[in-house]
Design a binder for this molecule. Structure first.
Ligand code: CMP
Length: 135
C-alpha cells in the first residue's frame, strides 16, 4: 500500500555534502519525492517534532544539533515507504548500523546519524502536518 513518510536529511549530512547521496539512495530505490525544503529547524519546531523525547537526557544536545544549521525536509512516498525508508536508514546508532545502510555507510554517532524517518503511520501524518501543513 502506498504510504507517505517524513524524512529529514539532518544538518550533519548537509554540512558534509551528503545531501545528494542520501536523496539519490531514496530515489534509486524507487521512492517518490513529493515535497522538499531546505530549512533550519527552530526551537519551537524541534520541541514539537521531538515531543516524545523532550524530557529525555539526550534531548538538549539533540536539539542543539538539529537546530545547528539547515536540513533538507522531505515528504517521500511509495509502497510501504515508512518501513522501506527506515530499512535504508539503518539502526539509530550509526556505529552499529549495518554496512549498506545510510547510517552504516556514513555515520559514527548516535546523534549525528544523517537522517530522520517517521516510525509509524501516525507519526508520519503528525510530522508531515508539522513540516508541510499544506500537504
Ligand atoms: P531520530 O530518528 O531523529 O529520532 C530521535 C533521535 O534521537 C534519534 O534519531 C537519534 O539521533 C537521537 N537519539 C536517540 N537515542 C539517543 C541517545 N541515547 N543518545 C543520543 N541521541 C539519541
Amino acid at each position: 500500500m502506498s504510504e507517505r513518510t517524513l524524512v529529514l536529511i539532518k544538518p550533519d549530512a548537509v554540512r558534509r555534502g551528503l545531501t545528494g547521496e542520501v536523496l539519490g539512495r531514496l530515489e534509486r530505490k524507487g521512492l517518490r519525492i513529493d515535497a522538499a525544503e531546505l530549512r533550519t529547524m527552530d526551537a519551537a519546531l524541534a520541541d514539537a517534532h521531538y515531543a516524545e523525547h523532550v524530557a529525555k537526557p539526550f534531548y538538549p544536545p539533540l536539539k542543539e544539533f538539529m537546530t545547528s544549521g539547515p536540513l533538507l525536509a522531505l515528504v517521500v512516498s511509495g509502497d510501504e515507504a515508512i518501513a522501506v525508508v527506515r530499512a535504508l536508514s539503518g539502526a539509530t546508532d550509526a556505529r552499529q548500523a549495518a554496512p549498506g545502510t545510510i547510517r552504516g555507510d556514513f555515520g559514527l554517532s548516535n546523534r549525528e546519524n544523517l537522517i530522520h524517518a517517521s516510525d509509524s503511520t501516525a507519526s508520519a501524518e503528525r510530522e508531515i502536518a508539522l513540516w508541510f501543513p499544506k500537504l
